[in-house]
Ligand binder design. Structure first.
Ligand SMILES: Nc1ncnc2c1ncn2[C@@H]1O[C@H](COP(=O)(O)OP(=O)(O)OP(=O)(O)O)[C@@H](O)[C@H]1O
Ligand SMILES: [Mg+2]
Length: 261
């Protein structure tokens, strides 16, 4: 007999959100599978950032639920919600590093906020994280001295230092050159494999999406209009999905070149 499907680690159920009469999310349903990479795509302004801010309770839905392991996070008390949020790591669209702190201090920051470690323990954790992301030479550099790709890696080291179960990346590759995009994609895939972390990635780059995704969902006019494996996604008959794949410069040849399964 087939195994029952595992409960998704995160479930978005019927989420609506409007700002001043402008409906941005209009009934979002989405399951996020544990230990996998889910990529959410959609045009600029389609509500991708608004959607993922609901996952970490930075925004509250007008209607609907976000469930973490089956429990609605918006029905939780403050203490329980705070506990749940510690399972999340988030990479914001602009990396959001502290400019006045060097790389070491940026990465140590969550440890100092949430854990009381001896200096030697802290140092070991931070340096391990930096070495794993090939930042060993940049420990005492400041964000202003780093390239965009290095800043993303520092942000990732900071987001993973507390060993979150879920990592959320808001457009990690936007504004990077193609070589750097490949490096960041590799970094996301390696992090997922190394830490078995559930990853949610926002993107509007189809080549990147097909390179890393186990599951793809597309947001359009406030709803998820397509959701499935990369192969299912590529086979979508929906003309809006097909246009998005094509206009994003990822026709069949580019998809193959991107190493799609
Ligand atoms: N706090 C807010 N108050 C009012 N309107 C908002 C707020 N946050 C987002 N919006 C609006 O919601 C819509 C969706 O914004 P969002 O940032 O989610 O888009 P996006 O899909 O992430 O776009 P991009 O790819 O450009 O980052 C936009 O019209 C935006 O102006
Ligand atoms: Mg956004």
């Amino acid at each position: 007999m087939a195994e029952p499907a595992p409960v998704p680690i995160l479930q978005v159920v019927g989420v609506h959100k409007a700002f001043g009469g402008h409906a941005v999310l209009r009934g979002i349903d989405l399951d996020i599978a544990e230990g996998r990479i889910t990529v959410i795509i959609g045009g600029s302004g389609s509500g991708k950032s608004v959607l993922i801010k609901h996952l970490v309770a930075l925004l509250r839905p007008d209607r609907g639920e976000v469930r973490f392991r089956g429990r609605d996070i918006f029905a939780m008390g403050d203490a329980e919600l705070l506990g749940v949020r510690r399972h999340f790591g988030m990479l914001f669209q602009n990396s959001a590093l502290f400019d006045s702190m060097d790389v070491y201090e940026n990465v140590a920051f969550p440890l100092r906020e949430h854990q009381r470690l001896r200096p030697a323990q802290e140092r070991e954790l931070v340096l391990d994280a930096l070495h794993a992301l090939k930042l060993g030479h940049a420990v005492h550099k400041f964000p202003g001295e780093l390239s965009g790709g290095m800043r993303k890696r520092v942000a990732l080291a900071r987001a993973t230092i507390l060993r979150p179960e879920i990592l959320i990346y808001d457009e990690p590759t936007t504004g990077l050159d193609p070589v750097m995009i490949k490096q960041v994609d590799d970094m996301i895939a390696e992090t997922q494999e190394r830490l078995h972390v559930t990853s949610v990635v926002i993107s509007h780059d189809m080549a990147s999406t097909f390179r890393i995704a186990h599951h793809v969902a597309m947001l359009y006019q406030g709803q998820i209009i397509e959701s499935g494996t990369p192969a299912e996604f590529r086979a979508s008959p929906n003309p809006i999905v097909r246009d998005f794949i094509f206009v994003s410069g990822t026709g069949p040849l580019q998809v193959l070149a991107a190493g799609a399964p």
